[in-house]
Design a binder for this molecule. Structure first.
Ligand SMILES: Nc1nc2c(ncn2[C@@H]2O[C@@H]3COP(=O)(O)O[C@H]4[C@@H](O)[C@H](n5cnc6c(=O)[nH]c(N)nc65)O[C@@H]4COP(=O)(O)O[C@H]3[C@H]2O)c(=O)[nH]1
Length: 520
């Protein structure tokens, strides 16, 4: 698979995951919003009904003052109430035996027997019924007075048509005013269906349900009893399909964003690849053209001034830029993996260049910079083992971060130590971790970072740390090398403290092999 196809696949995967999650989020949000709009519609209807029923109830509550003999004043009071309340078509007084004595049209001679009113306190309803006088479907609101008489109000269901007008709520499948006990609708707009296999009656509280309904469709219902008359419940329903539809504008936006991210990510990955490939290709080209070369910085015995070893450092003689410091290309080489080729090339070149010195000085220490990744590469380890055959005092320098970077490093270091390689911690003291690794890893040597050496003779925070590091190395039986020794004062101080191997410009800068041969 070429890199471009791989990048398209990766971009597709990331975009799909990202926008898949976003689409799910939008879907859930929209569904929630749709449910809330159904609930809002239901609340609106409920409030309208509640306010009308409340007005009627206020009149019924004060009906103690209606005279049961139905005198002219009583009839007039009842008519006035019918007049001011559009929901009412009639008000009546029923005696304790269930006989309608009079209504807002006048006194009934003889009284009309009704069904026995229920003698329970509070507002109640019964119906639907067909009224004797108007011959229209209606329901009755009633209250029983303290004297056992009942005052009732007749509400033709026609007035509900306006309040429960489904055409005002286009997202609803039906609106129903129900008896909360039995579920029988008193008034209905739309097709009444109920959840399949669910017992929802008697209903005493708010009900919200989404699922399969008895008409074979998925629906969402929201129901809530009226505050003024909890026996009655307003139930509204919406098709689940309506709730689940993502608005086209959202679909379009998501689609555009998805395409944008797919194209953008692919371009980004291609760009990254071409950068990595080009930096890698450049460095590998430089190795082939032998533009990279080693320099050697002597390690000096401060007591005898003898060069006891070297740290091998790399340089790039760039055809255009001139000599490049490793700070410019090592981090890039570590990122793109060419550090492996570079490090193998460096060791092999050092073996050739140092052959003569090693023959004359068999205890000459040679130190290479290594990182955690290299120690996981079989090719690198093989070259290191080869070098170990030629260099009796071979040292590898790792930073504290490298030591702790990968789990298998511990065993690799162990096997290197058993084959005679010395392990050093470079830039010691600048790491981010605690010092526990010093006991658990096979480390022989600590290279004191140059910032601590630079603090010698200065009154700053690092000066006491240097002494503490020297003390600790002695206690843990670790060898020390001081890096970055630049002045005689630093060299003397370190020697007095027992640090006798120094590396730094006070003695020598890093130098090419022909110069090293002159000082060894
Ligand atoms: N100011 C000052 N600096 C001094 C003094 N004495 C030595 N140095 C510099 O300190 C650095 C020591 O190397 P390092 O800590 O391993 O730090 C090295 C090492 O981490 C990395 N590096 C260099 N060569 C290689 C290599 O071949 N392989 C790998 N993996 N890393 C390398 O690049 C870093 C920088 O290397 P260089 O630029 O060669 O810089 C070298 C050296 O030139 C001194 O007295 N004063």
């Amino acid at each position: 698979m070429t890199n471009r196809i791989k990048n398209i696949c990766v971009a597709w995967l990331i975009s799909s995951l990202l926008f898949g999650s976003l689409a799910i989020f939008v879907y859930v949000q929209q569904k929630e919003a749709a449910k809330q709009s159904v609930q809002a519609a239901s609340e609106l209807i409920r409030q309208e009904l509640d306010s009308q029923l409340h007005n009627i109830d206020v009149f019924l509550k004060h009906a103690e003052r209606l005279d049961e003999t139905c005198d002219a004043h009583t009839i007039s009071l009842m008519r006035e109430q019918v007049f001011i309340n559009p929901a009412l078509s009639e008000i009546g007084i029923v005696d304790e035996y269930g006989r309608l004595l009079c209504n807002s049209f006048g006194r009934l001679m003889p009284p009309v027997q009704t069904t026995e009113p229920i003698k329970q306190p509070g507002l109640r309803y019964h119906g639907p019924i067909i009224t004797d006088f108007l011959q229209v479907p209606a329901f009755v609101l009633a209250r029983t007075r303290s004297d056992g008489f009942e005052v009732n109000a007749l509400l033709p269901t026609s007035w509900l048509s306006d309040t429960l007008d489904i055409t005002r709520h286009r997202n609803l499948a039906f609106i129903a005013l129900l008896d909360g006990e039995s579920g029988v609708p008193i008034f209905l707009r739309g097709k009444y269906t109920l959840p399949l296999g669910e017992t929802i009656f008697p209903m005493t509280d708010v009900l919200e349900f989404e699922g399969h309904f008895d008409d074979g469709t998925q629906k969402y219902i929201f129901a809530r009893p009226l505050a003024a008359l909890p026996q009655l419940t307003i139930m509204v329903s919406s098709d689940a399909k309506r709730l689940s539809t993502i608005q086209p504008v959202w679909l379009l936006t998501l689609l555009l964003l998805y395409c944008g991210s797919l194209v953008g990510l692919t371009m980004l990955l291609n760009h990254y690849d071409s950068r990595v490939l080009s930096s890698r290709a450049l460095l590998l080209g430089a190795i082939n053209k032998q533009e990279l070369f080693n320099v050697y910085q002597p390690l000096v015995d401060a007591t005898t001034r003898e060069v006891v070893g070297v740290e091998v450092l790399i340089r790039w003689q760039h055809p255009v830029e001139g000599e490049l410091s490793p700070a410019y290309f090592i981090p890039e080489a570590e990122r793109d993996g060419s550090i492996l080729d570079l490090s193998i090339y460096q060791i092999e070149r050092a073996l050739t260049e140092l052959r003569a010195i090693l023959q004359s000085k068999p205890h000459f220490k040679v130190s290479f910079n290594v990182n955690g990744y290299l120690l996981t590469c079989a090719d690198y380890l093989e070259v290191l083992h080869k070098a170990n055959q030629v260099i009796p005092k071979l040292t590898i320098e790792l930073t504290e971060r490298d030591v702790l970077s990968q789990a298998q490093i511990h065993s690799v270091l162990q096997s290197l130590v058993s084959s005679g390689v010395e392990i050093a911690i470079d830039d010691f003291g600048t790491g981010y971790s605690g010092l526990h690794y010093l006991q658990s890893f096979p480390i022989d040597l600590l290279k004191i970072d140059q910032t601590f050496v630079a603090s010698i003779g200065m009154d700053n925070l690092q000066s006491p740390v240097l002494n503490a590091m020297i003390e600790m190395a002695a206690k843990l039986d670790k060898k020390l090398i001081a890096e970055g020794v630049e002045t005689a004062h630093q060299a003397e101080y370190l020697s007095r403290q027992g640090v006798c191997v120094h590396q730094g410009w006070y003695y020598y800068k890093a130098m090419p092999i022909h110069k090293l041969k002159q000082v060894c």
